[in-house]
Write a protein that binds this ligand. Structure first.
Ligand SMILES: NC(=O)c1ccc[n+]([C@@H]2O[C@H](COP(=O)([O-])OP(=O)(O)OC[C@H]3O[C@@H](n4cnc5c(N)ncnc54)[C@H](O)[C@@H]3O)[C@@H](O)[C@H]2O)c1
Length: 273
């Protein structure tokens, strides 16, 4: 390991089980010398797995519903106390759509569910940054990252209302990132990750199709959760100090592909000369 985060303090949202991208980020951040607080929705705590991660990484857990300003204020205050100062890095790794969960088609959304999913998956990022900004909780040259998916830019029909949530999330990164950069020298970016087998990922209808298609389309194949964690660590480290307001594609090249040989093969008329 490289001690890339030696002495740095952070808050990591969204580690649910060992498949979670946030789980891998926590393990890698620990290996790179960081100390951090783990947080998740109180309901996710009851599943208990996060305690194993906390033990393994010597971290404390503070429950917080990312849609509650009160919870977030408590989280940030307590984190600064536990960690003994301001925060250097924050990972927002939160996503949930009730329309997806209930199998509601995009063309027939339940708007109460749409509101809830938007609040959890997108607006929560604004709330988190609002609390960090107004409490002046971030150190200069700190780094904030949220995870996103390419359905924010391109149509993936079964990604449903999460596509709209991700578009809003990415926009928040730019809009809030401006003020955070200008006033606190803090950078804000989103990482747009390949389809990955996790609890949130597998909830999407036809997920294996997403996964296999992207694997065959990308020159490097799909990026794993661990590889996403490595990239996130790089974004938290001092090696990326001038990168901000970006949506960073971490997808093995998928987003710039038109067609790959292997997919083309499936469509070629074999009787052609
Ligand atoms: N898995 C993929 O294919 C994929 C691809 C690109 C981006 N992403 C994004 O990565 C992020 C992490 O997802 P994951 O794939 O690791 O799945 P995951 O299910 O392990 O993580 C989602 C997390 O969101 C948390 N969460 C839900 N509601 C919350 C609330 N109200 N307050 C606080 N936390 C809450 C869950 O408890 C869970 O820990 C999400 O933003 C997801 O959209 C995932």
């Amino acid at each position: 390991m490289y001690n890339l985060l030696k002495g740095k303090k952070g808050i990591i949202f969204g580690a649910l089980d060992e498949n979670s991208i946030a789980w891998k980020v926590a393990e890698r951040a620990h290996e790179e010398g960081a100390t951090f607080v783990l947080t998740n929705a109180p309901i996710a705590m009851r599943m208990g797995e996060i305690k194993n991660l906390a033990e393994k990484t010597g971290s404390e857990i503070i429950p917080a519903d990312a849609t509650s300003m009160e919870d977030l204020e408590n989280l940030v205050e307590q984190s600064m106390e536990i960690l003994g100062g301001k925060i250097d890095f924050v990972l927002h790794s939160i996503g949930m759509s009730i329309n997806v969960r209930k199998g509601n088609h995009y063309t027939n959304s339940n708007y109460d569910f749409t509101h809830k999913g938007f609040d959890v998956s997108a607006l929560s990022f604004h709330r988190v940054m609002n609390v960090l900004y107004n409490k002046k909780a971030m150190n200069n040259w700190g780094s904030i990252v949220a995870l996103t998916y390419m359905a924010a830019q391109r149509v993936f029909p079964d990604y449903n209302d999460m596509a709209d949530n991700k578009a809003y999330l990415e926009s928040i990164a730019r809009s809030f990132g401006y003020f955070f950069g200008r006033d606190h020298k803090v950078r804000v970016n989103t990482i747009s990750q390949s389809p990955t087998q996790t609890r949130a990922g597998s909830g999407v209808k036809g997920f294996s199709g997403f996964l296999n298609y992207a694997e065959k389309m990308s020159p490097l194949g799909n990026a794993s959760a661990l590889e996403c964690a490595d990239y996130t660590i790089a974004m938290f480290s001092d090696l990326t100090k001038m990168v901000t307001l970006q949506n960073l594609m971490h997808d093995g090249g998928f987003s710039n592909m038109g067609i790959s040989d292997i997919i083309m093969d499936d469509f070629i008329d074999k009787t052609e000369g």
